[in-house]
Design a protein around this ligand. Structure first.
Ligand code: GDP
Ligand code: GDP
Length: 460
């Protein structure tokens, strides 16, 4: 699976129909893990010789109250952020509606690759609607009939070049393919598909006065390559583009937003909302704590949210210059972290001083590593060797005398890494066993700083 495709669009345009067609009878992963979003369906898709992950924003039809628009927007934004490519579906029979235009807006702002599809386009009755779709300004629509399987060849031809680019990049990134790369012209990973190289997206979050502004200014000051501030993904957000120690980076500046929000009151409340929005935007979330008052309720909430949203997380403890007994303090911080944020086990903890700049290089290294792990793909062969060893070391239980069998494992997704284990009677497997696998995966494959999802699936 080389890339992730999100199917987005308003209810009833035919998203699920296309999803089912792409996924077919192969395992449809419906996230049922606590903390994993329940409204997004994910599956292993097949189109010709293309293999990819597809996300469907299903489950919206059940919502009938007037929060539908907001929910739809949030869900779509989440799907867009998870995906490499978005397939934006409209209904060629009804034509373009204001809701379609809202989606187009979101996509223009948030997604680098959008494929527009006019569905239900079988027959002449749809011609008008297909033409209408040009007005969205997202290029030429693919004429599709998800129900009748028409237009899939055209979709294939649109995805093919993108798939090639993502596959090359993934292979270039994967350390084990180093052996295969012969010493020809291309000597760095950057040489592959440069047009797809996006800046690293980082959010720095934390309670007021944690030192977010100081940190961001320090990072900017060190490189003096500020190209922003620019309009961010939403009207009232601010992101800064820069080169951080050689890494093209976009930092989402919640501190700036808070300062704007000070005009309004309820500063605390607003900064939480801003923090949540920043998390959605980010690939890596830096939770900035004040060493003197770490683990405030607000910090814990946002850190937890980052984990739930599947972002890579780095815990940074600021104002370290003010600490006298650094050894004891560090110990206490680690204990506190383990107790208060067990779900972030394995998140790197970096101490620094935004004021003096000490520790910023370590923060940079931790952010890059967390991002790398977040994107990492473990080869199936290695996973299955590993699974066999884990099962032998600690066999699953045998309820009613029949031992639960874990047969096969594969990595179904990245960003964050998600694994599927084929299992007899997954409903009987205790959650503690899944936790055992998650923790062991983290240790065995050295994956700090990223949520890891393991899904148990029955073989059908
Ligand atoms: P979703 O809400 O966007 O996921 O839409 P669904 O996939 O549930 O489809 C909504 C309705 O449109 C269903 O009744 C489908 O049978 C119908 N539909 C889906 N694709 C097509 C198509 O290509 N042509 C026609 N005529 N109907 C379709
Ligand atoms: P923000 O609200 O999170 O953006 O926090 P600011 O960047 O405005 O910092 C709040 C206060 O903490 C300011 O007075 C900073 O000078 C101070 N501060 C920030 N970082 C450090 C640090 O590393 N050490 C010390 N001693 N003070 C700091």
């Amino acid at each position: 699976m080389s890339f992730t495709l999100a199917i987005v669009g308003r209810p009833n345009v035919g998203k699920s129909t296309l999803f089912n067609r792409l996924v077919g009878k192969r395992l449809a992963l419906v996230d049922d893990q606590p903390g994993v979003t329940r409204d997004l369906r994910e599956g292993a898709a097949k189109l010709g010789d293309l293999r990819f992950t597809v996300i469907d924003t299903a489950g919206l039809e059940e919502v009938t109250d007037d929060s539908l628009q907001g929910r739809m927007r949030r869900l779509t934004e989440r799907a867009v952020d998870m995906a490499d490519i978005c397939l934006f579906m409209v209904d060629a029979r009804t034509g373009i509606t204001p809701t379609d235009e809202m989606f187009a807006d979101i996509l223009r702002k948030r997604s680098s690759h959008v494929i527009l599809a006019a569905n239900k386009a079988e027959g002449r009755a749809a011609d008008g609607g297909v033409l209408d779709a040009y007005s969205l300004g997202l290029g030429e629509p693919v004429r599709l009939s998800a129900e009748h399987g028409e237009g899939l060849d055209e979709l294939y031809h649109m995805l093919r070049p993108l798939s090639d680019a993502y596959t090359e990049r993934a292979e270039a990134d994967a350390p084990e393919t180093d052996l295969d790369v012969s010493d020809d012209e291309s000597d760095t990973a950057e040489d592959f598909a440069p047009s797809l190289k996006r800046p690293l997206q980082v959010a720095v979050i934390g309670r007021p006065n944690a030192g977010k502004s100081t940190l961001i200014n320090k990072i900017l000051g060190e490189d003096r390559l500020l190209t922003g501030p620019e309009a961010g993904i939403t009207r009232d957000s601010i992101s800064l583009s820069m080169t951080w120690l050689g890494t093209p980076t976009r930092i989402f500046d919640t501190a700036g937003m808070r300062k704007k929000a000070r005009v309004v009151d309820k500063v605390e409340k607003l900064s939480v909302a801003d923090g949540l929005r920043a998390v959605r935007f980010a690939e890596v979330v830096v939770v900035l704590l004040d060493a003197a008052i770490p683990f405030e309720q607000q910090d814990l909430r946002i850190a937890d949210f980052a984990e739930t949203e599947g972002r890579a997380v780095v815990i940074a403890v600021n104002k370290w210059d003010l600490e006298d007994d650094k050894q004891d303090k560090l110990k206490a911080l680690r204990t506190g972290l383990e107790k208060l944020l067990p779900q972030l086990k394995g998140a790197p903890l970096v101490t620094l001083s935004a004021k003096t700049g000490k520790g910023l290089d370590r923060l940079h290294a931790a952010v890059l590593q967390a991002h790398e792990v977040w994107n990492r793909r473990v080869p199936t062969a290695r996973l299955n060797q590993w699974l066999a060893a884990m099962v032998e070391a600690h066999p699953p239980p045998a309820p009613g005398g029949r031992r639960i069998k874990l047969r096969y494992m594969t990595q179904a997704k990245t960003r964050p890494p998600g694994f599927v284990v084929m299992c007899s009677n997954p409903e009987d497997l205790p959650a503690s066993y899944t936790r055992y696998l998650v923790n062991s995966l983290r240790d065995s494959f050295d994956m700090p700083g990223t949520p890891i999802r393991v899904y148990m699936r029955s073989q059908s």
